[in-house]
Design a protein around this ligand. Structure first.
Ligand code: UDP
Length: 400
């Protein structure tokens, strides 16, 4: 602790790739801006520091996403404050000791939550500890990692700062009693690699083993390979076939990789099947259009890369609002039917080319590649030992 570094503790839960991705992005942002002046720990607090059944939450999330009507019920039931406040008071009593342990171990100067369920409990525990003289006053900030229709538990009037990504979230926060001076609207924190400049498309495609001439469709099934991936592959094969190339990201769904790899594809259709990839910035920059579920991270990344989108699925409630965000900003469409999604893209590559290109330009204009560094710089001002000026980070080409 006496190493002179400012200690930041990021609270997350591995419920889908988005929260982890945001936490990792923030850690990387601090590293790029301030080097060793900050020490950042990322803690999946529900799995590592809470007793059963609370440490089952990430698994429960996967289950609920698969059986979405249950997820919807869980989400809707926990939305009104009358329910979630007593509920989190009860869980605070159970998990309090473990959360407190985490504060003892990490001794943070600044706590940053990137999870909708990690405001009430940690803030309550922190207040109790400060009152009992167990730790010095510590700043607490929330980085909201949803674009819209945010769960109310994201917003706690007791935080020192709350970062939101859209006007809609800002309004929601104000409606729930947060003040303007607590709020900052910068965008979603996206990995620094998305803020860099990339080699030309042709060079990238060569590096990635892609076809150099055919329009490229990137199909992303979400971190856990969810959504109608196989049916979409079939739709693209049937309606576009050899006139395109398709890159399929199956996430952690190994069975899907196997299944899609053993399929027959139309003559001339170049297909790349991948599991969980770590080079999403390159893949997006090398592609022309993306088909994805309405994940906030993927949408924000696609905007930065100027990719028009076909949203083909969503996690009920929390991702539903991302659809009008994309549609109303005219950067993509929502289409559940894999056949119709393929037909739309075929028209974008053909008679609707001009409209398609216009969508790409709008996407790039809406993207916020600097949100991560804006958030990190502002967080640094909250820390009790201001860590001095940010280093000027040199934009470098990301490795393939
Ligand atoms: N992602 C990745 N590799 C993969 C699949 C996904 O890096 O193979 C990343 C993707 O770029 C995004 C995140 O995982 O940053 C997914 O976040 P999103 O908010 O879109 O959806 P979630 O999975 O959290 O529901």
């Amino acid at each position: 602790k006496d190493d002179g570094k400012t200690r930041v503790l990021i609270l997350m839960s591995d419920t889908g790739g988005g929260h982890r991705a945001s936490a990792e992005a923030l850690k990387a942002g601090f590293e790029e801006l301030y080097g060793s002046k900050f020490h950042v720990d990322v803690l999946d607090i529900w799995t590592h520091h809470t007793p059963y059944p609370f440490n089952q939450m990430p698994k429960t999330y996967s289950f609920l996403v698969k059986y979405s009507f249950l997820w919807r019920a869980a989400f809707t039931m926990s939305q009104p404050r009358v329910v979630h406040v007593p509920c989190s008071t009860a869980s605070a009593a159970v998990v309090g000791r473990r959360v407190s342990e985490a504060f003892d171990i990490y001794q943070p100067d600044l706590v940053v939550s990137v999870h909708p369920l990690m405001q009430h409990v940690p803030l309550r525990i922190m207040r109790m500890r400060i009152k009992a003289g167990m730790q010095p006053p510590t700043k607490f900030a929330t980085v909201v990692t949803d674009l819209t229709t945010c769960h109310n538990t994201w917003f706690h009037p007791g935080v020192d700062r709350c970062y939101v990504a859209t006007e809609a979230s800002l309004k929601q926060a104000l409606g729930l009693g947060l003040r303007h001076d607590q709020l900052r609207l910068y965008g979603l924190p996206i990995r620094p690699a998305f803020g860099r400049s990339f080699p030309a498309k042709a060079k990238l495609r060569k590096m990635l083993g892609m076809d150099l001439s055919k329009p490229a469709i990137l199909l992303v099934g979400g971190g856990e390979g969810m959504g109608p991936v196989e049916a979409t592959v079939d739709g693209v094969a049937k309606y576009i076939g050899g006139d395109c190339q398709l890159v399929v990201i199956c996430g952690r769904n190994a069975k899907l990789v196997e299944k899609l790899s053993s399929k027959q594809y139309p003559e001339g259709m170049h297909v790349l099947i991948k599991g969980f990839v770590t080079n999403m910035p390159e893949l997006m920059s090398a592609s022309d259009v993306i088909i994805t579920k309405a994940g906030p991270g993927t949408i924000s990344e696609a905007l930065i890369c100027g990719l028009p989108m076909v949203l083909n699925a969503f996690v009920p409630c929390q991702e539903e609002g991302n659809i009008p965000y994309v549609v109303d900003n005219k950067v993509g469409v929502f289409e559940k039917s894999p056949q119709r999604a393929a037909q739309i893209i075929r028209s974008w590559f053909g008679e609707k080319r001009a409209e398609f290109e216009e969508m790409g330009r709008r996407a790039r204009a809406l993207g916020k590649p600097h949100a991560l560094f804006d958030i990190c710089r502002d967080l640094a001002t909250l820390a009790p030992h201001p860590a001095g000026e940010a280093r000027v980070s040199k934009p470098t080409l990301a490795a393939a």
